[in-house]
Design a protein around this ligand. Structure first.
Ligand code: 6PG
Length: 219
């Protein structure tokens, strides 16, 4: 298990390059939501518009219909998928169902899947995907997807992938920008602590792509 930290003026460009390189070879990818990842999706679509033999999964999803503006599926469709010449196979979480039902069916769909790359953000509270501080889901060892209660806006139930799915992932990329995340980033790089889920969630390889403000509290 290796952890790399890269501080870059444009970390979203580096994330887009990793996505595009991975997509061109055919891959299992997990994408996330939030405000930071959207520009990486747009850049990735421009770098590589043929996503043949790619399966796109969601590291987490909000329990809202797929056309709701809070939907991670909608974000990925608008910023990435609609811009591609050859679209991937998209495995969306059924946000229109209850989080329990949607998580159960996503868990079954993920059976036998090993992720090549997961792109995650980190919240100011240290959450990643929808694994929130001290959530029971941080202890999950069997299920691949579980329901989650958010600690932050939007306050709708969520579905999240669990730590073992990320642990088996070949490359977990954290893309984080802005000074508001500096403390969470510093905590994410210390010893694993359930108060900071991003310190617990690791891939086989993990890369932190940070802009200078997000890295400002690193020694
Ligand atoms: C979500 C996420 C979440 C996100 C972080 C960072 O659906 O909300 O997947 O884990 O990545 O909250 O989000 P920002 O980039 O908006 O700060």
């Amino acid at each position: 298990m290796t952890v790399d930290v890269r501080v870059l003026e444009e970390p979203e460009q580096a994330a887009a390059e990793l996505l595009a390189e991975t997509a061109v070879a055919g891959a299992q990818l997990a994408l996330s939501g939030g405000s930071t990842v959207g520009s990486a999706y747009e850049l990735a679509a421009r770098l590589q518009s043929r996503w043949r033999d790619v399966d796109v999964w969601f590291g987490d999803e909000r329990s809202v219909p797929p056309d709701d503006e809070r939907s991670n599926y909608r974000l990925v469709r608008e910023r990435l998928i609609d811009a591609l010449a050859v679209p991937p196979q998209v495995h969306r979480v059924r946000g229109e169902l209850s989080a329990e039902l949607a998580a159960g069916s996503y868990d079954a769909e993920l059976a036998g899947v090993t992720l090549d790359l997961a792109l995650n953000g980190i919240g100011a509270d240290g959450h990643t995907a929808s694994l929130f501080p001290h959530a029971p889901s941080l202890e999950e060892t069997k299920r691949r997807a579980v329901p989650a209660e958010p600690g932050l806006e939007p306050l709708v139930p969520r579905v999240t992938m669990t730590p073992p799915v990320f642990a088996a992932c070949k490359l977990l990329v954290y893309l984080v920008a802005g000074e508001a995340k500096a403390d969470a980033v510093a905590r994410a790089l210390r010893e694993p602590d359930p108060g900071t889920p991003a310190s617990v969630v690791r891939g086989l390889r993990t890369v932190f792509l940070l802009d200078p403000p997000a890295a400002s509290l690193l020694g």
